[in-house]
Write a protein that binds this ligand. Structure first.
Ligand SMILES: NC(=O)c1ccc[n+]([C@@H]2O[C@H](COP(=O)([O-])OP(=O)(O)OC[C@H]3O[C@@H](n4cnc5c(N)ncnc54)[C@H](OP(=O)(O)O)[C@@H]3O)[C@@H](O)[C@H]2O)c1
Length: 282
């Protein structure tokens, strides 16, 4: 198991505080690194997860020296069952996280018939299987302690099923996986009501990270792109507000309530008890 830890003399553990309190996947860059930075500054001991160990070690060294928290590095590929199991074991070993952030992700934007089948499966493992299994690993201890927060980093593209490409990228698997995260998180929020445990699907629009350069897109000209630290601040404010779906740049939160109401009307329509008139033989 690829975990390394280093306890600094003034770490939260050395001061007698709670054990590791946040685990962030995708912490080697972008939004995940910004979550790790914010949690360390708030005094949380951390486990940081991604594939690039050198990036994680550099982040961990910086956060230890700047904040004094304990940071454990876990280099793991979340599309690999063995890597995923390592992260599940790390969660078990934490004895109850304050925060789990499922942030690791990649775009894989291209027409679906051009997407190699193995890459399609990797995207589903990364965006669907890993957050599902890590949430399942974290929740029992959170529920037992009566507190904890799971943040599933989704995307505004979760709502993009009917939007054309271009201007949006070709994205069937990516966007569908993010829609899964939203539905999964909303239903979990209902299941967890009254337990003290909160869940959030974080749905940013464009954020200035390596995500786009890795995918071959240049977003430097996009005026409405957000900074990762601002997305993290919005997410944590959204947790305080009890928002299950958090869209950092959406000012009119009533639009989310409208979308929920319209889904409710569709569900009601499915209970009509007869086949709709337009499907009946003339
Ligand atoms: N940037 C945006 O505009 C935007 C908008 C909406 C949603 N999002 C979502 O935000 C999340 C974070 O993206 P970002 O913008 O911060 O991108 P990023 O800077 O490219 O970070 C992606 C992170 O995921 C990790 N990762 C990728 N594949 C992995 C794998 N197989 N196993 C383990 N870790 C893996 C990467 O680390 P390694 O390469 O070291 O493994 C990296 O730490 C993603 O879920 C993305 O879908 C991004």
């Amino acid at each position: 198991m690829a975990v390394t830890t280093a306890t600094e003399p003034h770490s939260a553990s050395a001061r007698g505080a709670a054990p590791t309190s946040a685990l962030v996947t995708g912490a080697s860059s972008g939004i995940g690194a910004a979550f790790a930075d914010r949690f360390a500054r708030d005094g949380h001991d951390l486990v940081v997860v991604a594939r690039r160990r050198d990036r994680l070690e550099a982040l961990a060294d910086r956060l230890r020296s700047e904040t004094g928290v304990e940071v454990s590095v876990l280099a793991a590929d979340l599309t690999d069952p063995a890597g995923l199991r390592d992260v599940e074991h790390a969660i078990d070993g934490c004895g109850g996280l304050e925060f789990l952030v499922n942030c690791a992700g990649a775009a894989g934007y291209m027409p679906f018939v051009s997407l190699p089948p193995a890459r399609a499966e990797e995207l589903i493992r990364l965006h669907v299987v890993a957050p599902t299994r890590l949430t399942r690993a974290a929740l029992p201890a959170m529920i037992a302690r009566g507190r904890g927060v799971v943040i599933n980093v989704s995307s505004a593209l979760a709502f993009s099923g009917s939007a054309p490409a271009p201007p949006l990228p070709q994205r069937a698997v990516y966007a569908a996986a993010k829609s899964y995260l939203n539905t999964f998180t909303e239903i979990l929020a209902n299941e967890l009501a009254g337990t003290g445990v909160e869940v959030q699907a974080l749905c940013p629009g464009i954020v200035r990270t390596e995500f786009h350069t890795v995918a071959g897109y240049d977003v430097s000209h996009v005026a409405f792109a957000l900074e990762p630290a601002d997305v993290v601040a919005a997410s944590l404010a959204g947790v305080r507000l009890g928002e299950v779906i958090c869209m950092p740049s959406l000012d009119n939160a009533a639009l989310l309530a409208d979308a929920e109401a319209s889904h409710g009307r569709l569900l009601d329509g499915a209970r009509s008890g007869s086949v709709a008139r337009r499907y009946r033989a003339p």
